[in-house]
Design a binder for this molecule. Structure first.
Ligand code: AMP
Ligand code: ZN
Length: 463
């Protein structure tokens, strides 16, 4: 039996899908105004592990992930400026070009982490009409009102508002550092549709004039379009619970009368050396940083499995180094099992399969799943039966178990003379002067350096 921790009920609930074969799932995707950092990637590794756990249990998936390319505000309290708009203004670029660049980078990074792409990956700006229609439904049902700034959700019309975060609304309102907007009926009312100022770049003509959407409306419009009014699972990071997801539920109730998802599942945060990640501290690491430091992106995937997704995880380079070492050892052991000649009792295979299944079905207890994997990996009875079992488990883990162990590339320190020879050889090759290029290669060899030509250019090794 698959059990998942549901933020809505605050308990580990048995997973019962609406349709017994096909699971409908929605995940809040990235805001593509800058490169996604490893913290964001924790949310998508968790999402992917959930996908693969569901598949391992025999379900098919209809899974939607949005790309936020409009509407996400700079402040946690859902105020300030649109992040895309701000990036466009600061870099003097077209917001859609910025969105394209970072969407491509995001997709490249999730591929490197073996994160399977959801069935639908959909940008908000391609769903403006759906969002407008959704706002109209809320308005027609009497849950929203118009001000000079836009269309606002009236939280006082929904007694259940706050059900996901279970916050004390009175307390929250008292403490809210919300700018006083005289036109808002209640301090916690939030924008569904915003009237665009004259100089705003991203704006669309609509029922209420030239506007742009609020952030929360995109997830409702897109989940409704691709999954219907009711679906099974909604995922995101814990930071989304009090505002974004609370507001998604409110909007859906205003439009359709129901909470759209039965299971709201959230991953805890990744911390940097025990603290927050921030650009000013220079610790916003990305998948590219992991590679630049000479590690394989999958080492980060492994690191994620060393902790439960509902616990905070601390990111350190020592942690990545240890994860890479473990992953390499796992692959070495796997290879020995592939070449092994031993046999394993069917009952033993069944026991291990059951233990792995119990671990992932216990709210995705990946540390426990890894323990089963290591029990097999370390078994001295080297057997193809064990290799097959590891292959099966890797359909969930996606650690590239059958790959060669990853070797860190050693950077070779060279003096100015070698540097100059390499530069001359590079120029010779660009000029197709292969005679000179070969002569320099031989000279470098006589000085103790072997040159290798790769797609990325020439590399050298000490001989
Ligand atoms: P954003 O691009 O800001 O919309 O965030 C994308 C996803 O990353 C959301 O699900 C966030 O909750 C999640 N997220 C952001 N920071 C972290 C972090 N440090 N650790 C884990 N998840 C995070
Ligand atoms: Zn969302």
């Amino acid at each position: 039996m698959l059990k998942l921790y549901n933020t809505l009920t605050r308990s580990k609930d048995e997973f019962i899908p609406l349709d017994k074969e096909m699971v409908k799932m929605y995940s809040c995707g990235p805001t593509v105004y800058s490169e996604a950092h490893v913290g964001n990637m924790r949310a998508y590794i968790f999402m992917d592990t959930l996908r693969k756990t569901l598949k391992y249990n025999g379900y098919k998936l209809n899974h939607v992930m949005n790309i936020t390319d409009v509407g996400h505000m700079t402040s946690d309290a859902d105020e300030g400026e649109d992040k895309m708009e701000k990036a466009a203004r600061e870099t003097k670029r077209n917001p859609l070009d910025i969105a394209k660049e970072y969407t491509d980078k995001f997709l490249r990074d999730i591929d490197k982490l073996n994160i399977e792409r959801p069935e639908h990956i959909t940008p908000a700006t391609e769903h403006i009409r759906e969002m407008e229609a959704y706002v109209k439904r809320i308005m027609d049902n009497g849950y929203a009102y118009e001000t000079s700034k836009g269309i606002y959700f009236d939280t006082s019309k929904l007694p259940s508002y706050g059900e996901l975060s279970r916050v004390n609304l009175e307390k929250q309102m008292a403490g809210a550092r919300i700018e006083v907007d005289e036109e808002k009926r209640n301090p916690l009312d939030f924008a569904l549709w915003i009237k665009a100022p004259e100089n705003h770049i991203m704006k669309w003509d609509s029922i209420w004039g030239i506007c742009y959407p609020g952030w929360h409306i995109e997830c409702c419009a897109m989940s409704n379009k691709y999954l219907g009014e009711k679906f099974d699972i909604h995922t995101g990071g814990v930071d989304h619970i009090p505002i974004h997801h609370e507001n998604e539920i409110a909007q859906a109730k205003g439009a359709t009368g129901v909470n759209p998802a039965n299971y709201w599942i959230h991953n805890e945060f990744l911390l940097m050396d025990g603290g927050k990640m921030s650009k000013s501290l220079g610790n916003c690491y990305t998948v590219t940083t992991i590679e630049e430091r000479g590690y394989e992106p999958l080492s980060y995937r492994y690191l994620n499995f060393t902790s439960h997704y509902r616990n905070k995880l601390n990111y350190t380079w020592e942690g990545i180094d240890a994860a890479q070492t473990s992953l390499n050892r796992l692959r070495e052991n796997y290879k020995e099992h592939v070449n092994g000649t031993g046999t394993v009792e069917k009952t033993e295979i069944a026991r291990l399969e059951q233990e792995f299944l119990d671990a992932i079905n216990d709210d995705m207890n990946m540390p426990a799943a890894l323990a089963v994997v290591w029990e097999i990996a370390k078994n001295n009875n080297r057997s193809k039966d064990y290799a097959k079992l590891l292959d099966k488990f890797d359909t969930v883990l996606s650690l590239g178990m059958s790959l060669e162990p990853f070797r860190k590339e050693e950077t070779v320190e060279v003096d100015a003379n070698i540097e100059a020879l390499l530069e001359r050889r590079k120029q010779a090759r660009l000029n197709k002067d292969f005679k000179t290029s070969d002569e320099i290669r031989d000279e470098l060899l006589s000085l103790g350096y072997k040159v290798i030509d790769t797609k990325e250019g020439q590399k050298i090794e000490k001989v």
